[in-house]
Design a protein around this ligand. Structure first.
Ligand code: SF4
Length: 284
């Protein structure tokens, strides 16, 4: 496991970053960092609130896969990553054991990430077609990524308790970028449900019955957005939630998800969000 403050590129945490060791501490530390993405990334990246996941991620980091035996593994929770003022937020399930859990960057170092970053590059919101490791020069333009659960889970299956605890980090992050996001893409049904839950928690009206996930599914959500867009305040701003099949090998190997399908689902969201934005081309 990479120790905080040991010089790993893009590591926001230091030896002074407070560590959550239970659900109540996650709530307290997430709420306390809402509004500050750097601090939120730092605090979430040292979280130890779920004993099963802490043990798993650190065991994987110690054992390593043979192909990566010469590499240090991150072995910590993987924080949100990308543009700090995003118009588009992409939500995944959780880091892969030998992907994000190895590289410390979400969707980086595994085949799912290869598919996703290639698509984002084709759409003009990732400056490189691949994301290989922290510090590789990759940047997202107007776009940010976050996982519903920040620690790699065994079999990609967090428990309901783990999901609910980690949701506080997700809620704090979505709340922090809510001023700028125009669209959310959920990669898979798990991320779709997580996105609906936190968007509901921060004030979006969730239709009943809840919108169903599907590849290409979209729903416009409305939030009361006081003080924005009109002199008297109280205007309503829609947010697009778009669904895509997850670019897992299970989906891409079988042809359930093709590159044109992934591009189309993401393009729906980038178009809605006004991306790529010429003004952000030099930002990141
Ligand atoms: S899954 Fe989330 S809440 Fe649980 S230890 Fe990891 S970062 Fe903390």
């Amino acid at each position: 496991m990479i120790e905080p403050g040991s010089g790993w590129p893009e590591d926001a945490a230091t030896t002074d970053t407070p560590v959550a060791t239970n659900a109540a501490e996650v709530v307290w530390l997430a709420d306390g960092a809402a509004g500050d993405l750097t601090e939120l990334s730092a605090r979430s990246s040292v979280c130890r609130a779920c004993p099963r996941l802490v043990a798993w991620r650190e065991q994987v980091a110690a054992d390593r896969r043979r192909a990566f035996a010469d590499q240090p593994y991150w072995g910590r929770p993987v924080p949100g990553w990308g543009d700090p003022r995003p118009r588009l937020l992409i939500v995944g399930l959780a880091p892969a054991a030998h992907g994000g859990n190895r590289t410390g960057r979400i969707f980086t170092g595994d085949r799912s990430g290869d598919w996703l970053f290639a698509s984002l590059h084709r759409l003009g919101v990732a400056v490189r077609p691949t994301s290989e490791h922290a510090g590789d020069g990759q940047r997202l333009l107007g776009t940010r990524m976050v996982a519903a659960v920040r620690c790699a889970p065994p079999d990609n299956k967090p428990t309901t308790d783990e999901r609910d605890i980690c949701q506080h980090w997700l809620r704090a992050e979505v709340e922090t970028v809510n001023d700028t996001i125009r669209a959310v893409v959920a990669l898979g049904g798990y991320a779709w449900q997580a996105a609906l839950r936190v968007l509901g928690q921060i004030g979006y009206r969730i239709p009943s019955p809840r919108p169903a996930f599907g590849h290409g599914a979209t729903v416009e959500l409305i939030a009361a957005d006081q003080g924005r867009g009109s002199a008297g305040g109280g205007t309503e701003r829609p947010l697009l939630l778009a669904g895509s099949y997850h670019p897992s090998q299970q989906n891409t190997f079988t042809g359930k998800l093709t590159e044109p399908m992934l591009d189309a689902a993401l393009r729906r969201a980038t178009d809605y969000a006004g991306l790529p934005d010429p003004d952000s081309a030099s930002g990141g």
